[in-house]
Ligand binder design. Sequence first.
Ligand code: NZQ
Ligand code: ZN
Length: 382
Amino acid sequence: MERFVYRNPTELVFGRGSVDLLSEYLPRLGRKVLFVYGKGSIRKIGLYDRVLVAARTAGVELVEFPGIEPNPRVSTVRRAREEARRAGVEGILAVGGGSVIDAAKLIAVSHSYPGDPWEIVREPLRVTSALPLGVVLTHAATGSEMNANSVITNEETDEKLGWAHPLAYPLFSILDPHITRSAPRDQTVYGVVDMMAHVLEQYFHDARNTPIQDAWQVSLLKEILAAGRKVVENLDDLDARETLLLAGTLALNGTLSLGLRGDWGVHAIEHALSAVYDIPHGAGLSVVYPAWMRYVAPRKPERFRRLFLELFGTEDLEAGIRALEKAWRELGAPVRLWQLGIADEARFPYLAQKAVAKEGATTGRFAVLTAEDVEAIYRLAA
Ligand code: NZQ
Ligand code: ZN
């Protein structure tokens, strides 16, 4: 293991009925709070009204900022920050999935920052203060509810970049499986793929002596897949929803990376696709991962063999990759670019440049990939 320091300050409020506790938590955000949400699903499921009631009970004034889009844009964050400043809010409440939370994080840390929020995405060390952020999560997927990461799109430059800062952790996150039952089938599946991808990114590492982390990772992958299969059979399956909700958080709250540094190349390769084509993150991941594995596994087969043996009972690399593709296809996830309407191979060099730009000239740690490697992976995904 590598030496590590671990601290996660987010207070997790988990379980059936936990939304009822919102009124107790809201005052921690201040007396006047920016209420950030997405395109309106929370109204359809009655959550919007419950938030208003909780605020009335708590004596907290809400200033609404609706309309955060999936793959949230920096232009939206700019408008939200203006609204937050104009209204003089003391904190932020994000009610939604990863997109709403990620946007809220950037609003929170840029509130008193004099420059443009995109400067923080590019250089997170510019952050010196943040408004307190509370979360009511509606969708099991990203883990944003209990981490310091945020992913923002700059639509003017075709960039989608992750950034992180210790001040971006939510103060509290409320996770109620009831709320996630209304997540539509496709989004639910993308969430399953995303959390599996987070575990995989951390499974592919070069650290020695990580038996506990390896066992956690493999068992999470198995349980996510099992619960994913149940939930696509019955979107109302509360036990499976509950399992996925916990899994999504555990997959990216830092515990799986204790003492190791994961790969994260697939995420960079996917973010380039989302930036240019505005596709859902999980749908991009189920396409890129098998292609990445076909490219990387023959060069560094050992951990792949162990993984495929645990998950699918085979040490054969191609058989393992096919088994993963089959599992995702059966859930309803795409596994080739054409299924996402992406067929323009002439753009692969442009996408590959985007994928490596953040780190300079390469992406990934377990498999260090140049732009040429990434192009080859897009071709394998076509
Ligand atoms: O806009 P609303 O009305 O909220 O509807 C959303 C949206 O259309 C809908 N939805 C969410 N919960 C629902 C629901 N519909 C009905 N009932 C519910 N209970 O689902 C759609 C997708 O929501 P979104 O928040 O975009 O999904 P997700 O949670 O998968 O977040 C994806 C974003 O997070 C980033 C991704 O790149 C993408 O931008 N990521 C963030 C990470 C992080 N902060 O740690 C890590 C990830 O790797 C990822 O990159
Ligand atoms: Zn992800």
